[in-house]
Every structure is written in C-alpha cells, then in structure tokens.
Design a binder for this molecule. Structure first.
Ligand code: CDP
Length: 246
C-alpha cells in the first residue's frame, strides 16, 4: 500500500488489503500458551496479536473490594510499547483503562460469577502487534483464557468491529479504513448462544439502516467465531485427555 493512498474499494469492489466488503481478516486461535496461568490463549486476527492470561478465582485483595455475592473480573488490556508504529508509553492511558472497563463488563455477562463470591478473576491481555480491532482481538483471547481456566460460562464472548469506510458498510476495519474521513467503527461483542450484546461502542454517525446492516453482519461473524473458539477448546481437551496429562 502506498503512503497517503486514499481509496477504499477498487473497480471490482475489493478493499485495499484484497478483502471483500464483509470479509474479516484471517483469525487464528490457540489455548494453553502460558504454563504459569490458570488459563491462557493467543489470538491472531490479521496483523493483530493478543495474548491473554487468567488467574483465579483467587482471594480478592484488597479485601474491601470483594463482592460477597460473586467474583469480580479485573481486566487489564495493555498495548506493548512495540505494538504500534509510534512507541506506546508503557503507562496505561485513558484508552486502555476504558477498554479494560468495558471488556470486564462484557466478560462478566458470560461467566458464572455467582459461583465464586468474594474472589477476583484477573484477566491480563497484552497486545503484541496492532492494526485496528485490538479490543475485540483481546476479548476473544480473554474469553478463551477464561474457558481454559475452567471457569463455568453461560456463553463464550465472540466479537468483531463492523463499521463504515469509503461510503460503505465494511466488516473488520483495518487501520487504513479506520482512518478514513467518513470512518465509523462499531466494535460489537456478543454471547452467541444467548444472542446478548455484551459490548458495543460507536465513534461516528450511522443511519438506522446502516446500523441494522452492521448488526446483522456482526451477528453472523460472531456465530462463525464462536464455532472457531469451541473447536480450539475441544481440541485442547482432546489433547489433554489423550494420555498427555501431566
Ligand atoms: O484497536 P481498536 O480498534 O480496538 O482501538 P482504537 O482505539 O480504535 O485503535 C485503533 C488502532 O489505532 C489500534 O488498533 C492501533 O493500530 C492504533 N493505535 C496506535 O497506533 N497507537 C495507540 N496508542 C493506540 C492505537
């Protein structure tokens, strides 16, 4: 891609990275990547790379933060300093704190927290490489890591950012598209079994028609992604129970 290139669809309707309008970037999932953690996962989504580690349920410290009715998810989304073209200051910024807050809320809808009163479930997600869509990449990894930690869940959390660039609705915007003058980015995460939207953010105007189109595209992608998540979890359990137990 040339610098300052400002087209979003070629004559055949293909995007700058060769994808069609509703095609997401390739997704690769892996679970059980960090031995020390109770559960862990690694997700590649196009250029995005996220690694998630879950610790808990464990005693909530400080104690006054404990919820006597359920476990509390503490989510730490962080971007590695080398994950973006301009060095990211390692100190968590407002963006990371916001993403951590909404992602903890999203996961809290999926996990059965009532089973573990007074405890904390700590979810650490580090972005190693970024090219738009990292909060969703992180959330997929976190959801897999929670399941890998054996925490009972009503649902997995699957997600995708759908939005608008170059005048059209597009699925899974890359950085070039996110920087389009008319860009709207709408990260959505769902519990695909319950059909519940657990995270939705929006950074620009859309018509009602566009909004519904985006929801439909996101819902289909979330189902597809959930199937991939289930597959990789089943694969891990198969391997664990085929004589590979430590
Ligand atoms: O990553 P996501 O789309 O969920 O969040 P965003 O705030 O919309 O950020 C979009 C993209 O901007 C990130 O994925 C990075 O590629 C880039 N970015 C950056 O280059 N430097 C930062 N400090 C933050 C984001």
């Amino acid at each position: 891609m040339e610098k300052n290139e400002e087209w979003y669809f070629d004559a055949k309707g293909k995007r700058i990275d060769g994808r069609s309008q509703f095609e997401h970037r390739p997704i690769n999932l892996k679970v059980g990547v960090i031995e020390r953690a109770d559960g862990s996962a690694y997700v590649e989504w196009g250029q995005n790379k996220a690694v998630a580690a879950v610790y808990g349920p464990r005693e909530m410290l400080p104690k006054h933060m404990a919820d006597p009715n359920k476990a509390s998810i503490r989510y730490f989304y962080r971007m590695a300093p080398f994950s973006v073209p301009d060095r990211k200051n390692p100190k968590p910024g407002r963006r990371e704190i916001e993403i951590s807050k909404v992602s903890a809320e999203a996961l809290s809808r999926a996990a059965e927290l009532e089973q573990f009163p007074n405890t904390a479930i700590d979810v650490f997600v580090t972005i190693l490489d970024a090219n738009a869509g990292t909060r969703i990449t992180a959330l997929l990894a976190a959801s897999l890591a929670l399941a890998d930690a054996g925490i009972p869940m009503k649902d997995l959390v699957a997600g995708i950012a759908v939005g608008k660039a170059g005048g059209k609705v597009v699925s899974d915007l890359n950085k070039h598209e996110e920087d389009a003058p008319d860009a709207v980015d709408l990260p959505i995460a769902m519990g695909p079994n319950t059909d519940e939207v657990v995270l939705m953010q929006m950074d620009g105007p859309l018509t009602e028609k566009e909004f519904h189109e985006i929801l439909d595209v996101a819902r289909k992608s979330c189902q597809e992604i959930k199937d991939m998540q289930m597959e990789v979890l089943k694969q891990k359990y198969k391997e664990d129970f085929n004589g590979d137990l430590k």
